[in-house]
Design a protein around this ligand. Structure first.
Ligand SMILES: [Zn+2]
Ligand SMILES: [Zn+2]
Ligand SMILES: [Zn+2]
Ligand SMILES: [Zn+2]
Length: 125
C-alpha cells in the first residue's frame, strides 16, 4: 500500500512538469512557441515572429506607416496598408494615407479594367 502511494505521487509530479512544456507555435505548429504576438496573442516560434513582437500573420495586416495598428484599408494613391490613425477618409470608398494626404496627392480616377481594355482595342483599330 505504501509503495503504491509513493508511486502515485511521483506520477503526479511528472504530470505537472509536463504541463509546463512550452506550447507549439500557433502558426507553423512545428517549433515551440517562445513568445506571444502583441496583436493576436497567439504563441509563435522565432521563425514565425516578425519584427516588433508581431507574428507574421498579423504583420501582413499591419499598417505600413506606423507598424503599430492593424490596417483597415489601402491608400488609394500609394497602395500601402494603412490604419485609421494614419489615413484620411476622403469619401465612403476612398482612403488616402497621411503622407499622400499631406503631399496633396489625390487618387486619380482609373476606369474599370474592362473599359480600359475596350479603349485600348479601339485605339489599335
Ligand atoms: Zn512557427
Ligand atoms: Zn499575431
Ligand atoms: Zn498606422
Ligand atoms: Zn499613400
Amino acid at each position: 500500500m505504501r509503495r503504491r502511494k509513493r508511486w502515485k505521487r511521483r506520477w503526479r509530479k511528472r504530470r505537472e512538469r509536463r504541463s509546463n512544456v512550452p506550447t507549439l507555435c500557433a502558426l507553423c505548429g512545428l517549433s515551440y512557441a517562445r513568445s506571444r504576438c502583441r496583436i493576436c496573442g497567439r504563441p509563435v516560434c522565432d521563425d514565425c515572429m516578425g519584427e516588433s513582437g508581431v507574428c507574421k500573420a498579423c504583420a501582413e495586416t499591419l499598417c505600413e506607416l506606423c507598424r503599430r495598428n492593424l490596417a483597415i484599408g489601402r491608400c488609394a494613391v500609394c497602395g500601402r496598408l494603412v490604419c485609421e490613425e494614419c489615413s484620411v477618409q476622403l469619401n465612403p470608398v476612398i482612403r488616402v494615407c497621411r503622407e499622400c494626404y499631406s503631399k496633396g496627392l489625390r487618387p486619380v480616377y482609373k476606369p474599370p479594367a474592362r473599359l480600359a481594355l475596350l479603349v485600348e482595342r479601339m485605339g489599335l483599330r
